[in-house]
Design a protein around this ligand. Structure first.
Ligand code: ATP
Ligand code: MG
Length: 591
């Protein structure tokens, strides 16, 4: 292909709107352009890369026995109401009312649609297992689209759904997808970690994420010995021991004492005012809990240390429903004070659930809100001034892991990663609600046991660039680069140079190599800079001087210096290197 026949609008300057290298480089290399917040157009080179990623994903899904289908992006809201996810997903659902007054959802995922399909088509255990997948557009009204195509509002997902008759069947289907995901990411040239994840709004039991280690993205907590790794949304922590100092502080603590803290709200401000530290403070947060199948909401009070954050997934599991911060009137009702002054004293009797984080249960004496406007209390002793046991009291792990925590005695260390894939064991949540049942061998009706499996197509490209670039531009794995080889004639005013470059291009192309010929009449410096920016893995440079001695230059994007090669051998040499690069990616998985 010829450069002049493609729209490749490279940009010299770093775009101000882009915070991270992959976003900057995807714009600078002319791969994407923004249409509006969280929506991107893929230009010819970006789209070529995406198509290559799609081909890899498709090949591995097919090889794993999944069957490709295509479901509508437009979904009826009623389906979402039937599973209750109209509520759980409400913050990210893009939806609209059509001319007939019906609510429609633009697919953020497709568990409901595929389960409804299977409900209609599968009736016997003989038809199971079945795994259906599609590769198409998803919409999520992300509150904060970020990092270009890493978190956009419209994106491409490969979503697969398995249906099994038995739990063993589900485990086998899950394993097949897990293995296929390893092959997909290996073939795409990504380095990745597999971590335990939180099932969030999806429901279900086991779930793991494929993360590309990076300086942006989700926080991963892992044990130092590498035997445990989990998304911070999921990572468990050991309870903290009651230290001798804390035990002594409890014994010697005087009675609780109210202090006037006028116009002081934040933890930092209270600490500065009272001369305490955040880890000596107890945050008391009031939640409303919505339980499936219940119309009314419960109130829960949750206690964590001032330096800790409540973990939404852990809380939801503990209270058995979706927990959201309570509104002002609920808070006023249970604490007797406006928002910002809640304390645990006398609260346990007024809420359905009283959840105390392990770390709070191990405190000596703390400071907390006084349930009274502009007042805090000191010398608050766990077990003395609020209960650590009782019918509605749970002492448990309800916070995010932090530096210094351990899990099963091993110290946790923290890193970040971009989630490119996610596998879930769903169980029967969707099949039971949407009637995806089958008759088993004995003629009994059973709900299908489901799994679901997602891959972010766009994120693969962004993650590859985020972890593969240098100051000059992208360094793309050959499997997903828009082209495998770029041929650069340095002086397009010299017919001999153009003729030789064209010959090499044509020969490579005829041999099945994906090759780009930079036929622009531009200065050599401009062409070489753009070649570095695009990051095509191999380049062949044809210059007037070299050609006089019958030579051209060959350079991998990662080589320091080019190698001089006899022009007559250039095609053979380039093909060999391309084959080597491809073989190396295929080898990865076997290692
Ligand atoms: P995140 O936690 O990053 O919001 P998620 O866990 O909600 O993602 P899933 O529902 O697991 O996402 O979707 C499957 C895959 O789709 C993800 O692993 C990710 O690669 C991709 N994906 C999800 N949301 C987006 C988005 N807004 N933009 C681009 N890709 C996305
Ligand atoms: Mg996910």
């Amino acid at each position: 292909m010829r450069y002049t026949q493609l729209l490749i609008p490279t940009v010299k300057e770093t775009p101000a709107e882009a915070e991270i290298p992959s976003h900057q480089l995807m714009i600078r290399a002319g791969l994407i352009r923004k249409l509006a917040s969280g929506t991107y157009t893929y230009l010819p080179l970006g789209w070529r890369s995406l198509l290559k990623i799609i081909a890899i994903v498709r090949a591995e899904m097919d090889a794993a026995g999944a069957q490709e289908i295509s479901m509508p992006i437009l979904q009826p809201m009623e389906l979402w109401q039937q599973t209750g996810r109209d509520v759980v997903y409400r913050d990210i659902l893009c939806h609209f009312e059509d001319h007939h007054g019906r609510e429609n959802v633009l697919a953020p995922t497709a568990e409901e649609s595929v389960t409804a399909l299977v409900a209609g088509e599968v009736s016997s255990y003989r038809q199971l297992p079945i795994n259906l997948y599609q590769i198409n557009v998803k919409f999520r009204d992300e509150f904060r689209p970020q990092y270009g195509v890493i978190r956009s509002r419209e994106f491409l997902m490969k979503d697969a759904y398995s249906f099994d008759a038995t739990v063993e069947g589900l485990n086998a289907s899950y394993r097949k997808m897990y293995d296929a995901y390893c092959r997909v990411f290996d073939r795409c040239g990504l380095t990745y970690k597999i971590v335990e994840a939180s099932s969030g709004g999806m429901g279900g039991s086991d779930t793991e994420e494929f993360m590309v280690p990076s300086t942006v993205g989700d926080v991963i907590a892992a044990s130092e010995d590498g035997s445990y790794a989990a998304n911070i949304e999921k990572a468990s922590v050991d309870p903290l021991p009651l230290t001798p100092q804390a035990a002594a502080a409890r014994k010697s603590a005087p009675a609780m004492q109210e202090v006037h803290t006028p116009d002081i709200g934040s933890i930092q401000a209270v600490c500065a005012f009272l001369g305490t530290r955040p880890e000596q403070m107890i945050k008391t947060i009031i939640y409303s809990v919505r339980r499936e199948g219940h119309d009314t909401q419960d109130v829960a009070a949750v206690l964590v240390r001032g330096d800790h954050e409540i973990n939404g997934g852990k809380l939801a599991a503990l209270v058995g429903g979706e927990a959201e911060l309570a509104g002002e009137s609920v808070i006023q009702n249970v604490t007797g004070a406006p928002v910002g002054f809640a304390g645990p004293m006398a609260l346990a009797g007024k809420v359905a659930r009283f959840v105390v984080d392990h770390a709070v249960a191990a405190m000596g004496a703390g400071v907390t809100g006084a349930n009274k406007t502009d007042y805090h209390v000191r010398n608050v002793v766990p077990g003395r001034d609020f209960p650590l046991s009782g019918k509605n009291v749970v002492v448990a792990d309800v916070r995010n892991a932090v530096e210094g925590d351990t899990w099963q005695g091993r110290r946790l260390v923290f890193s970040q990663g971009i989630e490119v894939g996610h596998v879930f064991k769903l169980g029967t949540k969707y099949s039971a609600k949407l009637g995806a049942t089958f008759l088993d061998e004995k003629g009994a009706t059973q709900p299908c046991i489901m799994g679901c499996y997602g891959i972010g197509i766009n994120r693969i490209l962004a993650a590859a660039i985020e972890t593969g670039h240098d100051d000059d531009g992208c360094i793309l794995p050959i499997s997903i680069a828009p082209f495998e080889v770029e041929v650069v004639p340095l002086n397009c005013d010299k017919p001999a140079v153009v003729a030789e470059a064209t010959r090499i291009h044509d020969a490579l192309s005829a041999a099945g190599v994906e090759v780009l010929l930079d036929d622009r009449d531009a200065r050599p410096g401009v062409k070489l800079k753009d070649a570095d920016l695009l990051g095509i893995p191999l380049r062949v440079v044809v210059g007037e001087r070299g050609l006089r001695d019958g030579n051209v230059e060959i350079k991998r994007r990662t080589d320091e210096k080019p190698a001089l090669v006899a022009s007559a051998q250039a095609v053979g040499q380039a093909r060999r290197i391309v084959d080597e690069m491809k073989a190396e990616l295929l080898q990865r998985h076997r290692r």
